[in-house]
Design a protein around this ligand. Structure first.
Ligand SMILES: [Fe+2]
Length: 398
């Protein structure tokens, strides 16, 4: 349990400024106006596998986490407006991010966050345990009204590809009372009910495995190995940066002033940034969709060659892919990058390399970074000191 010691919180025997420590981006969600076309883009073209679906949307994965992406059906404006007004919140037409979700490492962390948020006047959305994904979760709002989530313990989908049957799940709609049983004990109890463990959802791939992807036959010539960073447009970068650092515990890796506007890049682990904060005023200047506060959602591909292959593959499928939509100054820590657009106009940042930040917290000096010409990609690259470094993908690619 996290207990307060003076102004510090004891998180697993270490004194922190918050009763939790984010370890990585867990998942991300968007509400889509063009839902069916969107699912086709994210699933058929990018290779996400659906892990559960319902009337309001679907959950998708590329690895063993039950979901890395949540696609919702956008609801009518009137419903969204009246819901916001009933909750005393300002309605924002362009906020269609349904969650920015962060993994903590113990259940006590999202639970302790509930009181911490209350003490600081941070608005709670809900807390408990979700059905799909089985993760214990605490949802809250950032100063711009973006829904964030902390979670512990998302379901892992294994070699047989089955999601946990609904009967095995134990959703909770209130603050969780600790301690709770382990997953193994819960599963043993559920198995004893006679419900088959393989009665959950299992994805059926529609496309044939036509591409030799570094030795594995896959339906697309690339493999997503990591998700994030999430980049968002905010009203006030100063305010958002203070919230995510002081209240939530991110570290500011780097600031960039571009055309007179301040942009902040925040990390929660060793990658240069997991969250980018940009002023809303840049949105139209960058030619990005006015319908969303999501500037971009990053997807890391296994390597540089696969990113090149992905650009060709997506363009051949009629997807708009640009390499210079966002200038390199606005994605420090990443070098070559391509921007693909989903049917709603959401910008997906494809990349293969992320600068890693070490113990002293210092990013690579700008002068020592690779010079990138977004319109001219070389055939092959010289390695950097941190090429292929960082958290690896676990498990088979397909
Ligand atoms: Fe979530």
């Amino acid at each position: 349990m996290a207990t307060q010691v003076a102004t510090k919180f004891n998180v697993g025997g270490v004194l922190l400024d918050q009763p939790f420590k984010i370890r990585r981006l867990g998942h991300f969600g968007l509400n889509l106006t063009h839902f069916d076309e969107g699912v086709r883009f994210w699933s058929d073209l990018l290779g996400f596998k659906i892990s559960d679906e319902g009337a309001n949307g679907c959950f998708l994965r590329y690895g063993s986490d039950h979901h890395a992406l949540n696609l919702g059906r956008q609801r009518p404006i009137e419903d969204r407006r009246s819901e916001a007004e009933a909750a005393g919140r300002r309605f924002q037409l362009d906020n269609n991010i349904n969650q920015i979700t962060w993994q903590t490492q113990s259940l006590s962390e999202p639970v302790a966050a509930v009181d911490y948020f209350a003490e600081r006047g941070i608005e709670l959305r809900r807390t408990g345990r979700d059905g799909a994904g089985s993760n214990w979760a605490t949802y809250f709002y950032d100063p711009d009204g973006h829904i964030n989530e902390f979670y512990y313990g998302i379901e892992q989908i294994g070699w047989d590809g089955y999601s946990k049957p609904a009967e095995y799940r134990r959703p909770v709609r209130e603050k969780v009372r600790l301690p709770v049983p382990s997953e193994l004990d819960e599963i043993n109890e559920s198995l004893a009910t006679g419900v088959a463990p393989n009665s959950g959802y299992r994805f059926a791939e529609k496309l044939p495995s036509r591409y030799d992807v570094d030795g594995i036959m896959l339906p697309r010539p690339f493999k997503i190995v990591k998700h994030g960073p999430v980049s968002i447009f905010v009203e006030d970068v100063e305010r958002a940066c203070a919230f995510y650092t002081r209240d939530i515990g991110f570290e500011l890796t780097e600031e960039v002033v571009w055309e007179g506007e301040r942009c902040c890049f925040l990390r929660c682990n060793t990658e240069h940034h997991s969250l980018g904060l940009f002023p809303r005023t840049l949105r139209s200047r960058l030619g990005l969709s006015a319908e969303t506060t999501c500037m971009s959602f990053g997807l890391q591909l296994a390597n540089y060659q696969q990113m090149r292959n992905a650009v060709d593959f997506l363009r051949a499928q009629g997807v708009r892919v640009e390499t210079d939509r966002i200038p390199p100054e606005l994605y420090p820590g990443i070098d070559y990058s391509a921007f693909a657009f989903d049917p709603d106009g959401h910008c997906v940042q494809l990349y293969y390399y992320m600068e890693q930040i070490g113990w002293d917290g210092t990013p690579r000096p700008r002068s020592a970074r690779r010079e990138v010409d977004p319109m001219h990609w070389p055939e092959a690259l010289e390695p950097l000191s941190d090429t292929f470094k960082g958290e690896p993908f676990i498990g088979p690619w397909g």
